[in-house]
Ligand binder design. Structure first.
Ligand code: 1SD
Ligand code: ZN
Length: 261
Protein backbone atom coordinates (compact mmCIF):
# COMPACT_ATOMS: atom_id res chain seq x y z
CA UNK A 1 0.00 0.00 0.00
CA UNK A 2 1.00 3.64 0.04
CA UNK A 3 1.35 6.01 -2.87
CA UNK A 4 4.54 6.91 -4.60
CA UNK A 5 5.93 10.22 -3.38
CA UNK A 6 9.33 11.85 -3.19
CA UNK A 7 11.18 15.15 -3.51
CA UNK A 8 11.45 15.34 -7.31
CA UNK A 9 9.77 17.60 -9.88
CA UNK A 10 6.85 15.24 -10.44
CA UNK A 11 6.41 13.61 -7.05
CA UNK A 12 7.62 16.42 -4.74
CA UNK A 13 5.90 18.40 -1.95
CA UNK A 14 3.77 20.56 -4.27
CA UNK A 15 2.00 17.46 -5.61
CA UNK A 16 1.49 15.59 -2.34
CA UNK A 17 -2.03 17.02 -1.88
CA UNK A 18 -3.31 14.87 -4.77
CA UNK A 19 -2.89 11.63 -2.82
CA UNK A 20 -2.86 13.22 0.65
CA UNK A 21 -5.48 15.98 0.75
CA UNK A 22 -4.55 16.80 4.34
CA UNK A 23 -1.48 18.48 2.79
CA UNK A 24 -3.76 21.52 2.57
CA UNK A 25 -5.05 21.11 6.14
CA UNK A 26 -5.05 23.51 9.08
CA UNK A 27 -2.04 22.26 11.03
CA UNK A 28 0.60 21.31 8.50
CA UNK A 29 4.37 21.33 9.05
CA UNK A 30 6.96 22.67 8.71
CA UNK A 31 6.37 26.40 9.23
CA UNK A 32 8.41 29.57 9.20
CA UNK A 33 8.99 30.62 12.82
CA UNK A 34 8.95 34.38 13.41
CA UNK A 35 10.57 34.84 16.85
CA UNK A 36 8.91 38.25 17.41
CA UNK A 37 5.47 36.72 16.92
CA UNK A 38 6.04 33.80 19.27
CA UNK A 39 4.46 34.30 22.69
CA UNK A 40 6.51 33.63 25.77
CA UNK A 41 4.50 31.23 27.91
CA UNK A 42 5.48 31.12 31.58
CA UNK A 43 3.59 27.84 32.02
CA UNK A 44 6.00 26.11 29.63
CA UNK A 45 8.52 24.23 31.72
CA UNK A 46 11.91 23.01 30.50
CA UNK A 47 12.01 20.14 28.09
CA UNK A 48 13.78 17.10 29.52
CA UNK A 49 15.33 14.31 27.52
CA UNK A 50 15.91 11.04 29.29
CA UNK A 51 18.02 9.08 26.84
CA UNK A 52 20.51 7.63 29.31
CA UNK A 53 19.58 4.00 28.94
CA UNK A 54 18.84 4.50 25.36
CA UNK A 55 18.66 1.52 23.08
CA UNK A 56 19.31 2.16 19.41
CA UNK A 57 18.85 -0.88 17.21
CA UNK A 58 19.65 -0.20 13.59
CA UNK A 59 20.17 2.42 10.90
CA UNK A 60 18.45 2.29 7.51
CA UNK A 61 17.76 4.11 4.27
CA UNK A 62 13.99 4.30 3.74
CA UNK A 63 14.28 6.04 0.38
CA UNK A 64 13.48 9.43 1.90
CA UNK A 65 16.07 9.80 4.66
CA UNK A 66 18.48 7.90 6.88
CA UNK A 67 16.76 6.64 10.04
CA UNK A 68 18.10 5.35 13.38
CA UNK A 69 15.52 3.17 15.18
CA UNK A 70 15.18 2.57 18.91
CA UNK A 71 13.68 -0.09 21.10
CA UNK A 72 10.43 1.57 22.22
CA UNK A 73 8.94 -1.36 24.15
CA UNK A 74 9.34 0.48 27.49
CA UNK A 75 10.01 3.96 28.89
CA UNK A 76 13.82 3.80 28.87
CA UNK A 77 14.22 6.68 26.38
CA UNK A 78 11.68 9.45 26.73
CA UNK A 79 11.18 13.16 26.35
CA UNK A 80 9.01 14.99 28.89
CA UNK A 81 8.17 18.41 30.24
CA UNK A 82 7.67 21.48 28.09
CA UNK A 83 4.29 21.31 26.32
CA UNK A 84 3.92 17.55 26.96
CA UNK A 85 1.36 16.16 29.43
CA UNK A 86 3.24 12.88 29.87
CA UNK A 87 6.46 11.20 28.74
CA UNK A 88 6.75 10.38 25.03
CA UNK A 89 8.93 7.42 23.94
CA UNK A 90 11.75 7.78 21.44
CA UNK A 91 11.01 5.74 18.31
CA UNK A 92 13.55 6.96 15.76
CA UNK A 93 15.51 9.91 14.49
CA UNK A 94 16.32 11.00 10.96
CA UNK A 95 17.63 14.01 9.04
CA UNK A 96 16.56 16.37 6.25
CA UNK A 97 19.23 18.18 4.24
CA UNK A 98 19.90 20.25 1.14
CA UNK A 99 22.23 20.10 -1.84
CA UNK A 100 25.75 21.51 -1.57
CA UNK A 101 25.59 25.15 -0.54
CA UNK A 102 21.80 25.12 -0.20
CA UNK A 103 19.42 25.21 2.72
CA UNK A 104 18.03 21.87 3.79
CA UNK A 105 16.05 22.45 6.96
CA UNK A 106 12.27 22.10 7.00
CA UNK A 107 11.48 24.76 9.58
CA UNK A 108 12.89 28.21 8.92
CA UNK A 109 13.45 31.13 11.31
CA UNK A 110 12.42 34.56 9.95
CA UNK A 111 12.56 33.07 6.48
CA UNK A 112 16.10 31.69 6.89
CA UNK A 113 16.79 27.99 6.47
CA UNK A 114 19.61 25.97 7.98
CA UNK A 115 21.80 23.39 6.24
CA UNK A 116 19.95 20.46 7.79
CA UNK A 117 17.39 19.49 10.42
CA UNK A 118 17.42 16.52 12.79
CA UNK A 119 14.07 15.05 13.92
CA UNK A 120 13.78 12.89 17.02
CA UNK A 121 10.36 11.23 16.78
CA UNK A 122 8.59 10.24 20.04
CA UNK A 123 5.13 8.79 20.70
CA UNK A 124 2.57 8.95 23.48
CA UNK A 125 2.60 5.43 24.93
CA UNK A 126 0.48 6.53 27.91
CA UNK A 127 -2.59 7.26 25.78
CA UNK A 128 -2.01 4.98 22.79
CA UNK A 129 -1.23 1.28 22.43
CA UNK A 130 1.00 1.41 19.37
CA UNK A 131 3.10 3.90 17.47
CA UNK A 132 0.73 3.46 14.54
CA UNK A 133 -2.27 4.41 16.62
CA UNK A 134 -0.45 7.41 18.11
CA UNK A 135 0.68 8.63 14.68
CA UNK A 136 -2.89 9.52 13.71
CA UNK A 137 -3.97 11.10 17.04
CA UNK A 138 -3.84 14.88 17.63
CA UNK A 139 -1.52 14.45 20.64
CA UNK A 140 0.08 11.21 19.49
CA UNK A 141 3.59 12.32 18.53
CA UNK A 142 6.22 14.74 19.80
CA UNK A 143 9.04 15.56 17.41
CA UNK A 144 12.13 17.35 18.70
CA UNK A 145 13.64 19.36 15.85
CA UNK A 146 17.27 20.47 15.90
CA UNK A 147 18.88 22.75 13.30
CA UNK A 148 22.30 21.90 11.88
CA UNK A 149 24.46 24.78 10.65
CA UNK A 150 27.78 24.42 8.89
CA UNK A 151 31.05 25.21 10.65
CA UNK A 152 33.45 22.97 12.52
CA UNK A 153 33.29 19.19 12.56
CA UNK A 154 30.70 17.87 15.02
CA UNK A 155 32.44 15.70 17.56
CA UNK A 156 29.91 12.86 17.54
CA UNK A 157 28.23 13.00 14.14
CA UNK A 158 31.02 10.81 12.72
CA UNK A 159 29.41 7.89 14.57
CA UNK A 160 26.59 8.20 12.06
CA UNK A 161 28.51 9.33 8.98
CA UNK A 162 30.97 6.42 9.49
CA UNK A 163 28.22 3.88 8.76
CA UNK A 164 26.38 5.70 5.96
CA UNK A 165 28.25 3.69 3.30
CA UNK A 166 26.38 0.64 4.67
CA UNK A 167 22.98 2.17 3.91
CA UNK A 168 23.70 3.85 0.60
CA UNK A 169 20.70 2.39 -1.22
CA UNK A 170 16.99 2.59 -0.47
CA UNK A 171 15.93 -0.43 1.57
CA UNK A 172 19.35 -1.12 3.10
CA UNK A 173 19.69 -1.56 6.84
CA UNK A 174 22.50 -2.39 9.28
CA UNK A 175 22.96 -2.86 13.04
CA UNK A 176 23.54 0.33 15.01
CA UNK A 177 23.51 -0.49 18.72
CA UNK A 178 24.18 1.65 21.75
CA UNK A 179 24.02 5.11 20.20
CA UNK A 180 22.85 7.80 22.63
CA UNK A 181 21.34 10.83 20.84
CA UNK A 182 22.17 13.07 23.83
CA UNK A 183 25.45 13.73 22.06
CA UNK A 184 23.55 15.46 19.23
CA UNK A 185 21.77 18.01 21.46
CA UNK A 186 22.97 21.64 21.71
CA UNK A 187 23.90 23.02 25.13
CA UNK A 188 20.67 25.02 25.54
CA UNK A 189 17.28 23.33 25.30
CA UNK A 190 15.26 26.57 24.90
CA UNK A 191 12.62 25.94 22.28
CA UNK A 192 9.60 27.02 20.27
CA UNK A 193 6.55 24.78 20.24
CA UNK A 194 3.43 24.58 18.09
CA UNK A 195 0.90 22.01 16.86
CA UNK A 196 1.58 20.54 13.44
CA UNK A 197 1.94 17.45 11.31
CA UNK A 198 4.31 14.90 9.88
CA UNK A 199 6.32 16.62 7.15
CA UNK A 200 6.13 13.57 4.89
CA UNK A 201 3.12 11.65 3.59
CA UNK A 202 0.75 10.63 5.09
CA UNK A 203 1.15 14.12 6.67
CA UNK A 204 -1.00 13.20 9.69
CA UNK A 205 -1.82 16.18 11.91
CA UNK A 206 -0.52 14.42 15.01
CA UNK A 207 2.66 16.19 16.03
CA UNK A 208 3.49 18.44 18.97
CA UNK A 209 6.57 20.15 17.51
CA UNK A 210 9.41 21.23 19.80
CA UNK A 211 12.06 23.15 17.87
CA UNK A 212 15.30 23.94 19.67
CA UNK A 213 16.50 27.52 19.21
CA UNK A 214 20.22 26.74 19.38
CA UNK A 215 21.58 24.94 16.31
CA UNK A 216 24.37 22.38 16.42
CA UNK A 217 27.43 22.82 14.25
CA UNK A 218 28.53 20.23 11.68
CA UNK A 219 31.12 20.55 8.92
CA UNK A 220 30.40 20.83 5.20
CA UNK A 221 32.39 17.61 4.84
CA UNK A 222 30.15 15.77 7.30
CA UNK A 223 27.02 16.97 5.48
CA UNK A 224 28.59 15.91 2.20
CA UNK A 225 28.61 12.34 3.44
CA UNK A 226 24.80 12.40 3.73
CA UNK A 227 24.68 13.47 0.08
CA UNK A 228 26.40 10.24 -0.96
CA UNK A 229 23.25 8.34 0.00
CA UNK A 230 20.78 7.51 -2.78
CA UNK A 231 16.97 7.80 -3.04
CA UNK A 232 17.12 4.76 -5.33
CA UNK A 233 17.52 1.00 -4.86
CA UNK A 234 20.68 -0.92 -5.65
CA UNK A 235 19.26 -2.55 -8.80
CA UNK A 236 17.72 0.69 -10.11
CA UNK A 237 19.17 1.85 -13.45
CA UNK A 238 19.13 5.49 -12.49
CA UNK A 239 21.00 6.66 -9.42
CA UNK A 240 19.39 9.59 -7.66
CA UNK A 241 21.44 11.33 -5.00
CA UNK A 242 19.58 11.81 -1.71
CA UNK A 243 19.50 15.57 -1.16
CA UNK A 244 16.91 18.34 -0.79
CA UNK A 245 14.69 15.90 1.09
CA UNK A 246 12.79 18.63 2.88
CA UNK A 247 9.28 20.07 2.66
CA UNK A 248 9.11 23.89 2.54
CA UNK A 249 7.17 25.92 5.16
CA UNK A 250 3.38 25.64 5.10
CA UNK A 251 0.70 28.24 5.92
CA UNK A 252 0.49 29.04 9.63
CA UNK A 253 -3.35 29.28 9.46
CA UNK A 254 -3.69 31.25 12.67
CA UNK A 255 -1.62 28.93 14.85
CA UNK A 256 0.28 30.25 17.85
CA UNK A 257 3.95 29.50 18.29
CA UNK A 258 4.95 29.53 21.96
CA UNK A 259 8.43 30.19 23.27
CA UNK A 260 10.02 28.64 26.38
CA UNK A 261 11.99 31.78 27.27
O1 1SD B 1 9.79 12.23 7.60
C1 1SD B 1 9.44 11.48 8.73
C2 1SD B 1 9.04 10.10 8.28
O2 1SD B 1 10.16 9.45 7.71
C3 1SD B 1 8.57 9.33 9.42
O3 1SD B 1 9.66 9.15 10.27
C4 1SD B 1 7.49 10.10 10.10
C5 1SD B 1 7.09 9.41 11.35
O4 1SD B 1 6.41 8.25 11.03
O5 1SD B 1 7.92 11.36 10.48
C6 1SD B 1 8.28 12.15 9.44
S1 1SD B 1 8.69 13.71 10.14
O6 1SD B 1 7.46 14.50 10.27
O7 1SD B 1 9.36 13.51 11.41
N1 1SD B 1 9.64 14.47 9.14
ZN1 ZN C 1 11.53 14.64 9.61
Amino acid sequence: TGHHWGYGKEDGPSSWYKNYPVAEGNRQSPIDIVPNEASHDRDLGPIMTNYDHCTSINISNNGHSVVVEFNDSDDRSVIKGGPLDNPYRLKQFHFHWGGKGHGGSEHTVSGEGFASELHLVHWNAVKYKTYGEASTAPDGLAVLGIFLETGDDHRWLHMITDVLYMVKYKGSITDFKGFNPNCLLPSSLHYWTYLGSLTTPPLHESVIWIILKEPIEVSEKQLGMFRMLLFTEEDDDQKMRMENNFRPPQPIKGRRVRSSN
